[in-house]
Write a protein that binds this ligand. Sequence first.
Ligand SMILES: Cc1ncc(COP(=O)(O)O)c(C=O)c1O
Length: 386
Amino acid sequence: MKLFDVYPINEITIAKAKGSYVWDDKGEQYLDLYGGHAVISIGHTHPHWVKRIEEQLNKIAFYSNSIKIPLQDELAEKLGKVSGKTDYQLFLCNSGAEANENALKLASFQNGRKKVIAFSKAFHGRTSLAVSATDNKNYIAPVNETENVIFLPFNDTDALESCFKKNGDEISSVIIEGIQGVGGINIADDSFLQKIRSLCDEYGAIYIADSVQCGYGRSGKFFSHDFAGVNADIYTMAKGMGNGFPIGGIIISPDIKPKHFQLGTTFGGNHLACAAALAVLEIIESEKLMGNAVMVGKFLRDELSAIPQLKNVRGRGLMIGFDVPDELKDLKKKLLWNQKIFTGEAKPNIIRLLPSLALKKRDAEQFIDSIKEEIGILTSTSTPAN
Ligand SMILES: Cc1ncc(COP(=O)(O)O)c(C=O)c1O
């Protein structure tokens, strides 16, 4: 049997990983500023995470949600504490798309409505309604096409207001990333998120904060939406939550009451996944990783902004993007093959940095030197940019 060929891949086999580094099967070392697509939150193979999973594996790995799983309560308690949303309720699942499906569905159960507002360049996952709310026609199969999703321009308050004025009593939910990831690191304006909150309150709609990529401390706050100073009704999470162990979840405002059988899952919240997720939160807290994300992220953005060839350096914490001019469109490949550094990308010509939140300053410095070398400015800093 062959694999179903859905990804363009780099011809590299990673055999080992530690912290912000990975090694291929020939022993070559790479600096990982991609984190397997924003998944590695506390660093690869963190010893506490490995130990917690190993210990749990030797007790019990899985049982279904038909019995009590105290690890889920422990996780809910810890997540409430670290995120600051102590009065929210946790529902566990397995991936980001699944988290968004559950959030959209729960919103619709809650207010009995069908329409969802999503935004230009949004990415919410590959399945069902999550993909219908994703602004990329190539990902949407005919079976996913629906009139229930209304796309509006990102950060356009007037468009949002007039949409609510026109369709307010039909809108079930508004789903938005605090910082668009796949869309190219675009920050939702604080005033825009505040407007979403107030319109949702006015019209009885549910504000869903897709924090799958921008959440879990990556922005320097636990949820990047929190920069706006208003709460969402539902936050969706995955990626960094298990540091590579598959787990996703939604946290739900106390105003939304649970009803048996509306949501459910076989694997979600299994013992092993909870152990991995607890280890992640313990490390985020004990190693003060959100503070590190703020500090190293600022260093990276400052240094990148000082490189004249790189444009529009943006982001928060360790979720960073910048535009590269057409003549440097191979920069990502050069960083990988010449400098042995993994980075992410977005089209067209955008480089994304999504490293572990434990990235060390000296590794960030190495990256800055490497990018300067590839651009050719380590040797020509005296040449004026123009
Ligand atoms: C913002 C956002 N939402 C949802 C998803 C989907 O997550 P998953 O691939 O775990 O289904 C992603 C994945 O990249 C994402 O970036």
